[in-house]
Design a protein around this ligand. Sequence first.
Ligand code: GAP
Length: 490
Amino acid sequence: MSDNISLDDIASLAKRRGFIYQGSEIYGGLAGTWDYGPLGVALKRNIMGLWWKMFVDSREDMYGVDAAILMNQKVWQASGHVDTFTDPLVEDTVNRRRYRADHVIKDAGFDAEGLSIKQLDQLIEEKNILSPDGNKLSAVRSFNMMFKTLVGPVDDLISFIIDDGEGNTIIETAEYKHTITGGANREVHHEGKGINPATSYLRPETAQGIFTNFKNVVDSFYPDLPFGLAQQGKAFRNEISPRDFVFRSREFEQMEIEYFVNPQNWEECFEKWRVAVHEWCEALGLPKDNVHELEVPEEDRAHYSKRTIDFEFDFPHGRHELLGLAYRTDFDLKNIERVSGKKMGYRPKDGSEPFVPHVIEPSFGVERAIMAVLTSAYTEDEMNGEKRVYLKLPKHLAPVKACVSPLLKNKPELATKAREVYAALKKDLGAVMWDDNGNIGKRYRRQDEIGTPACIVIDFQTLEDGTVTVRDRDTAQQQRVAIADLAAHL
Ligand code: GAP
C-alpha cells in the first residue's frame, strides 16, 4: 500500500484497466450506479467466493439462502424501514439542489454525528451554514431511502383515495393504474391504511430476506443453536448524495449473516464474530494498522441494535465504515411474529421451552471491500529507473492468475508453443490471459497494473529444454520452470 493515494488514483486505474465504469456512462451516467468490467467482475467474484468459502462452506453452523429482492411491503413495515430508514435532507432555497444535512454540516467543519432533525436545524441556524453554492438552506426533513416500485400490471399515473383509518381522506397520486377486466381504466378507491397495495421496495438490506426465511430453514433442517444464515446479493438505497467512487452507491452488493443465538450467549458469540471479522480483513490483504474498531454510541446506532461495532478502514478519502457488526436482539423475529401472526420460536433440542432467538449480524459491503482491497494493493515503486504502479493483490483475489506470452510475436515456433502452454494453463487455472502486444517490458507493466502475480514467457530455450520464464509481479525476479510443473508452481 502506498501513502498518499487519492480516490482518483484508484478510480482512474479501475476505469482504465477495465475494473469499474460509471453506470450508464454512454448516456451521461446515472449517479450512484457502477458497472463492473471484465477484471472488476472477476475481482468481485473472488471476494464474494472467498467470503462464502470462509463463512458458509467451511463451517458446520452456517446455511446459505438466496431470497427474492422484491418482497411483500409488510416486510419493510415490520422491520421499521418504512418509518425510520431515513436520512436528513436539506435543500438549497435558491437552486433547489438537495443535500444530506449532516454532510453539508460536516463539510462546513462541524460535527453532526447522532443529531436529531431539530438539532441539525439548530446547528445550521446557529452557525449560519449555507449550501455548497452559498445559498440559504431549507429546514431539514427526513427522506426515506428506499426505492419504491409497483408490482403487477399497474403502470399508469392515477390518483386514488385512501381512508387513513382515522376518518381522514388522503388523495395520493401514484404510478398506479388498476386494469379492470375488459380493458377500461378507472379511478380506484382504497379503504384502510394509506399505502398502495401494489407498492414494493427494492430491498435496502439483504438481512430481511434471511429473517423471513428463518422458520423455513428451521423447519427443513432443525439446526442446533447457535447457527447462522448467510446471503449475498444486491441492496438498493436512494442515497441523497452518492459519492466517493463506489463507497456510497445507490445500488450495491451486501454479504450478510444473521447468527441466531440463545440470548444468554450473545456476548460470547459477538466476540467470536469480532475475531472472525478481523480474519476476514486479513484474508483480503488489508494491513492490520488500517483497520479500526469503532464502538458505536447508542444515539448513533440503527434502530434495531443494542451494540454495534463499525469496522473502519483508512480509505483514500479518510477513515470510514468498511463493515458492521451488530447485536440485533430479537427485534426482527419479534416484529415478524407481530405482523405476520406466525410463531418464530425455536424449540431447544433438550426439550426446554421454545424462545425467540437473538441475532448477531456481521454485515459486509462488497463495494467497500473492493475499495479497501484496491487501496491496500495499490503500490508505487521504481523499476529500472522508471516509476511503476502495480496492484499487490493477494494471489487468491487477483482477477488474472497468470499471463502467457511468446518472447517474440513474429516467431511462429514461439507463438505456437506459447499457445499450447496457454491452453493447458487455462484448463487448469481458468483465469489466464494471453498477451503478445508490444515489447515484453510493456506487457509486464500492463500485468503489474492489474495485479497478475505471474508472467510466463516462452523463449528459444523453451523449444530446447521445455522450460519457461516465470516473472514474479512483486519482485520482478524471474526463474525457469518446467512446463509440466507450471500449474503446481503457480
Ligand atoms: N443489515 C445491516 C445493514 O445493512 P449497514 O451498516 O446499513 O447495515 C452494511 O450496511 C454494510 O453495507 C456497510 O458496512 C457497507 O459496507 C455497505 N453499505 C451500506 N450502504 C452502502 C452504500 N450506499 N454503498 C455501498 N455500500 C454500502
